[in-house]
Design a protein around this ligand. Structure first.
Ligand code: PLP
Length: 359
């Protein structure tokens, strides 16, 4: 039986989208491809309220997290850490031979603007990484407040991982002054994994011109040259994904951006309400994610067994990430999941817990 995915990626993909992935192939140097690429590009720019350059990377998000630091870190990077994925960005920065410092808070807490300001004041940094929605802890960092601080530091490149929030939460890229923002499409976009979108500011491109060893596959300047001169990608992209993304963007606009953001908020509210009544929330109050909820396992149930039981009913949730395994569990309510799906899931969990999940 297919299990409906309430996990923070890959998320449930609608059959209509899967069908787009099965379209006959075209060549990536053909005119038809350029038409498709330029259509999708404009739609994603609209989603992000941005005029920045928009590139399509055939990779998972991690690839473009690497690309971002390779292109934009010259002197020293400040990596804000509040969980596993933000920690990963720090490791990636170091693994690429860049100088970097962690700005770490306890898992479950948010990266706050005051602490970032304190660090940037030192003048040591020319780039910063922030994970908007930390999928390991269910914390959503306060992007608008962080963006306010960043306005004081126009020479620092502001890089954001919005992997598990993009399309579920409003992110006005130009207004916020975000230089690089990326997201793989298997999370809130609700597509199969394999493609990542990235919006890059003029400032970030100018920076890249001065940074050595940008590598080849993720070089922003190469992306830009191919896009400007030929309306193409440098290497063969996942064309099937571009068909699927093109259709998904139309469906997103048909739902309406504000409606889509409101639906995510509504689902988050109902999962949080349920979690507070039955368990407890893991995220620092006021910083709970709108796309996924991490729940403290206050009842000491076996999360693995709970998930097995859910599997029999046709659903899957996620155990806690890494060290939070069995101590927490995560319910993703993102992408094309609907409020009724969430209600059904919560009813199933109630039923399983009431019957007594084996410890
Ligand atoms: C899933 C996730 C990633 C990693 O994405 P991949 O596509 O697996 O490389 C990075 N950051 C966040 C916040 C995520 O949720």
């Amino acid at each position: 039986m297919h299990k409906k995915l309430f996990i923070p990626g890959p998320t449930e993909v609608r059959p209509e989208i899967l069908k787009e992935m099965a379209r006959p192939m075209i060549g990536h140097r053909m005119k038809e491809f350029s038409t498709l690429l330029m259509e999708v590009t404009a739609k994603v720019q609209k989603l992000l309220y941005t005029k920045n350059h928009l590139f399509m990377s055939t990779s998972s998000s991690t690839g473009m997290m690497e690309g971002a630091v390779r292109n934009c870190v010259g002197k020293r990077c400040l990596n804000c850490i509040c969980g596993a994925f933000s920690q990963r960005w720090h490791e990636i920065t170091l693994a690429n031979g860049k100088e970097a410092d962690p700005l770490e808070v306890e898992w479950g807490k948010a990266n706050l603007p005051e602490a970032i300001d304190e660090k940037l004041k030192t003048g040591r940094y020319d780039a910063i990484t922030v994970v908007h929605n930390e999928s390991s802890t269910g914390v959503m960092n306060p992007l608008p407040e962080i963006a306010e601080v960043m306005k004081k530091y126009p020479d620092v490149i502001f890089m954001v991982d919005a992997v598990s929030s993009m399309t579920g939460v409003k992110i006005e890229v130009d207004k916020l002054g975000i230089d690089v923002i990326l997201a793989g499409v298997q999370k809130c976009f609700a597509l199969p994994p394999g493609l990542t979108v990235v919006a890059v500011s003029e400032k970030a491109l100018k920076k890249a011109e001065q940074v050595k060893n940008r590598g080849y596959y993720f070089d922003f300047l190469t992306f830009k040259r191919y896009l400007d001169e030929r309306q193409q990608t440098p290497a063969t992209p996942s064309i099937s994904h571009l068909y699927a993304l093109n259709k998904q963007m139309d469906d997103i606009f048909a739902e309406g951006l504000e409606n889509r953001f409101a639906r995510h908020k509504r689902m988050a509210d109902s999962v949080r309400r349920w979690a507070r009544e039955n368990f407890a929330l893991f995220a620092q109050p006021g910083y709970e994610s709108n796309t996924l909820t991490a729940i403290k396992n206050t009842k000491g149930i076996s999360v693995a067994k709970l998930n097995e039981e859910l599997g029999r009913r046709g659903a899957a949730i996620s155990n806690g990430y890494g060290k939070l395994k069995e101590k927490t569990f995560r319910i993703a309510h993102m992408g094309d999941i609907q409020p009724a799906d969430v209600d059904q899931l919560l009813a199933w969990i109630d039923e399983i817990v009431a019957a007594g999940v084996p410890a």
